[in-house]
Design a protein around this ligand. Structure first.
Ligand code: ATP
Ligand code: MG
Length: 316
């Protein structure tokens, strides 16, 4: 078995067949691979993950998870995966430990290993100190970590997480991703959805979903290398004049503000990035702007997403 998760041509609709929630989704995840399904609200992330968790059947397409067909062998799939739904179901009146115990019970964790496994999960999720606190009284980040621990308590081969980091403070967010990296390191195949483009950088493989279709997939480095343009960042004052100069500079494709700087995309062909840098530097100097920053930077996942969506729209 090469892939822990393999999906081909998945399609789903809830009402009219023409209004597809997802359409023609292919994806494959190996053991020990972290796959990020990235996309905005309504892109089809939850629909895809529900199908792969055997919670719901696809209208079209096939998928195997841990070697079993999600449609024919739903029971076998469910036993081998950990699934954390977007609106996850902890029991607020039970303590942290009782929740873990409950999930261990439901997932038939053997009596002789249960105590050890729960202790491991408490340590792993950094929740040892809070084991007697009721789940309902945990912070948002701690709830997510507990839900993750509950999804892992039966040592699944495959972990499917629907937006584990949404609504979580930055510190807990980083911690969650560290925990995921450890899980992956132990050989588990992890499929995680997120609306945050910057989190895609943490994944081995990224699948970008937009309006139910996969507009890009690959390693983050490959996706950025495939872009036909480079990115220049510029920060100068007065800002209004900086924007005017940027919009009048030949070779600048699109630009958008990010914080107090502008990110410009410039075609890679014919050494254009270097030429635009030179011409911007000359103009900013000639007009005596206070230039704080002017440099070429690596494109990010958001640049990839914006480009691929534009391409998909142009093709549609
Ligand atoms: N039960 C349902 N009934 C009708 N339409 C649905 C249902 N569930 C999802 N949809 C529609 O299917 C599309 C995909 O929804 P889905 O929940 O899979 O997206 P998502 O990427 O998970 O979004 P979010 O980031 O908001 O969780 C959306 O247009 C949504 O409105
Ligand atoms: Mg969702």
């Amino acid at each position: 078995m090469d892939y822990a998760i393999e999906a081909k041509g998945l399609a789903q609709w809830y009402g009219r067949r023409e209004r597809r929630a997802i359409d023609g989704i292919d994806l494959a995840v190996r053991p020990g691979e972290l796959y990020g399904l990235v996309g905005p609200d309504g892109a089809g992330k939850t629909t895809t993950l529900r199908i792969l968790s055997s919670v719901m059947h696809a209208r079209e397409g096939t998928a195997t998870v841990a070697g079993f067909d999600v449609r024919r062998d739903a029971e076998a799939v469910r036993r081998r995966i950990g699934y954390m739904p977007q609106a996850f179901s902890l029991y607020p009146d039970l303590t942290v430990r009782e929740n873990l115990d409950f999930f261990a019970d439901v997932n038939q964790v053997r009596e002789d290993v249960r105590a050890t496994r729960i202790a491991e999960m408490l340590a792993f999720s950094r929740l040892e100190e809070f084991q007697t606190r009721r789940a309902g009284n945990l912070s948002g980040g701690m709830k997510k970590k507990l839900a993750l621990a509950c999804a892992l308590v039966h040592s699944p081969e495959v972990l499917i997480l629907d937006e584990p980091s949404t609504g979580v403070d930055p510190v807990s967010r980083r911690e969650l991703w560290q925990i995921l990296a450890e899980v992956v390191h132990q050989g588990v195949a992890v499929l995680v959805s997120t609306p945050y483009m910057d989190e895609a950088e943490r994944c081995h493989t990224v699948g970008m979903l937009y309006e139910g279709r996969m507009v890009a997939s690959g390693a983050p480095g490959e996706l950025t290398a495939d872009l036909p343009f480079g990115i220049i960042e510029v920060k100068a004052r007065p800002r209004k004049r900086m924007r005017e100069i940027v919009s009048q500079t030949a070779g600048v494709g699109a630009w958008r503000p990010v914080g107090d700087r502008l990110r410009l995309s410039v075609a890679r062909a014919n050494d254009q990035v270097r030429q635009v840098l030179k011409s911007l530097e000359a103009t900013l100097t000639a007009e005596s702007l206070d230039t704080r920053l002017l440099r070429a930077v690596r494109p990010d996942m958001e640049d990839v997403f914006v480009h691929r969506v534009a391409q998909a729209r142009a093709g549609a």
